[in-house]
Design a binder for this molecule. Structure first.
Ligand SMILES: [Zn+2]
Length: 290
């Protein structure tokens, strides 16, 4: 049990089972409307899990999902959680021009604010897609008045990563209050490991995540930032055929164990909303621009 009880950031990237980056070459965007929506039921399950553990969190939600699941958006807000943006339809930012990105986040914010009835001030890029190719994305977020972003994975990974970026809170835009809160990394053998969720949490034994969060809280004295997806608590989701074996392995491993693992994690550390974490981290954040 951690004695320091630093309040870590808990987040859910709200997208449906067919909107995962690893399947983008298997399921086309045009097919989405014909597929079974499961995200609403999965969000309901997660809200109950969070109530049981008495924790609040941030739900980074796609505009596309919010349009089709308005009651779930209200429920997120009414139960004390933060509703934040994950963009409109999971298009990764390095495929956008700056103007296209600006339009995407503007559209998603309007839909989320309408569905949830609250202001949206936080953003997470699809697949942590702010990296060395598109540092201008932070300028666009600052220009639209976002308080914080949690969109950078400061690691090398086959799907994402900005290796040079700081591991903890930084100010990416001079003259702006925008703070970037990178997803958690741990140092192992001199290398940075992506340790904030995804396959690291679901596929590896729970002890690895405990070790990583303790390292960050105790050695670094900083909050960890953890994320997962509604489809990760849904063992009954349809299986996507035709995707790469490696993607399938990563996607479907340990789905049935996820809820129990999450309960352990929520009970063992202190957790809270990302907007509150960003405000606490703001005074300690580095000025760092690419
Ligand atoms: Zn996502």
């Amino acid at each position: 049990m951690s004695e320091t009880r630093i309040v870590n950031g808990l987040s859910v990237d709200v997208e449906d089972w067919f909107q995962v980056g690893a399947f983008e070459n298997t399921i086309s965007r045009e097919d989405w409307d014909g597929l079974e929506l499961r995200v609403g039921d999965n969000v309901a399950r997660i809200l109950d899990l969070f109530d049981e553990a008495k924790v609040k969190a941030t739900f980074f939600t796609l505009g596309w999902v919010a349009e089709r699941n308005k009651p779930a958006m209200r429920e997120i807000v009414e139960r004390g959680h933060e509703l934040a943006s994950h963009g409109y339809d999971h298009t990764r930012i390095f495929t956008f021009t700056p103007d296209q990105f600006a339009a995407d986040i503007h559209k998603a914010k309007a839909i989320l604010e309408d569905a949830g009835g609250v202001a949206v001030s936080g953003y997470r890029a699809p697949s942590f897609s702010i990296d060395a190719r598109n540092p201008w994305a932070h300028d666009v977020l600052a220009g639209q008045g976002y308080a914080y972003s949690s969109s950078v994975a400061p690691v090398v990974h086959d799907h994402y990563g900005w290796h040079e970026a700081p591991r903890f809170a930084f100010n990416p835009v001079a003259g702006s209050d925008l703070v970037e809160i990178p997803v958690t990394t741990a140092i192992f053998g001199g290398r940075r490991l992506a340790a904030g969720g995804g396959g690291f949490f679901r596929v590896l034994p729970y002890g690895f995540s405990r070790w990583a969060i303790e390292q960050v809280n105790r050695q670094d004295g900083r909050p960890a930032v953890f994320y997962f997806h509604p489809w990760e608590v849904d063992p009954g989701q349809p299986r996507v055929v035709g995707a790469r074996m490696r993607s399938r392995l990563r996607h479907y491993t340990n789905l049935s164990k996820m809820a129990g693992k999450l309960s352990n994690l929520l009970g063992e550390f202190a957790w809270g909303r990302m907007d509150e974490l960003a405000e606490r981290e703001r005074s300690r954040s580095l000025d760092w621009a690419a």
